[in-house]
Design a protein. Structure first.
Length: 211
């Protein structure tokens, strides 16, 4: 049980990762009081090594508080997925955070893992697909959809992905580790990145001792 979240504080050109077991669906609790409260909240969490991220399949929320650049990025707050509540909360956040955070021109609510189709890579470099388990709330959109629209630039664009499969294809164009793989290739067992794509799923599973 739990609502897990990654929480990152960027300060003095360095960053620290924290883990919250119950804060994943209540990220505004940590942010609504401004930087001082956010730091106090982080201090109450479990301090982690920089490679101890909560797995995407378990994380219900997350936040990056960048005190050096006066930026905040977060997800996992149900109150941010409907227009009226989001406008009100952005007004409140603008009164308690530094000037650089008050001038946000765009707020992009994204879904969590259970509300979208997509892929993830585990610590053993196995990339796997996951399927949407529940409806997306309000105006929230899949993270890959938002990222694709931003990369495509303003206005409608055929270059922006409309499916998780198209978004995965873009990964192969930009990062060699994904080149040559398609969304369909992953099947139900996934693939291990860095191994030959023509090897069978059974053969790749054997490399990890999976039967």
């Amino acid at each position: 049980m739990g609502n897990r979240a990654n929480f990152v504080i960027v300060k003095d050109q360095d960053w620290q990762l924290y883990y919250s077991h119950w804060g994943g669906c209540r990220m505004l609790d940590a942010l609504i009081g401004g930087p001082e409260l956010a730091l106090r909240y982080a201090a109450s969490l479990r301090r982690c090594e920089k490679n101890e991220w909560c797995a995407p399949s378990w994380a219900d929320g997350g936040a990056v508080v960048d005190l050096d650049r006066c930026r905040v990025l977060f997800f996992g707050e149900p109150l941010m997925v409907t227009m009226n509540e989001r406008r009100a909360l952005m007004d409140v956040l603008g009164t308690v955070w530094p000037e650089g955070l008050r001038n946000a021109e765009l707020v992009l609510p994204i879904t969590n893992m259970a509300e979208e189709n997509g892929t993830y890579v585990n610590r053993d470099r196995r990339i796997q697909r996951f399927n949407q388990a529940k409806a997306q709330p309000g105006m929230a959109r899949a993270a890959w959809w938002v990222a694709g629209e931003v990369l495509a630039g303003p206005g409608p664009s055929f270059a922006a992905p409309s499916t998780a499969s198209e978004a995965f294809a873009l990964l192969g164009e930009r990062w060699p580790a994904f080149a040559g793989l398609t969304h369909a290739d992953l099947g139900y067992t996934g693939r291990i990145l860095g191994l030959s794509n023509d090897r069978s799923a059974e053969s790749q599973s054997a490399d990890l001792g999976v039967m």
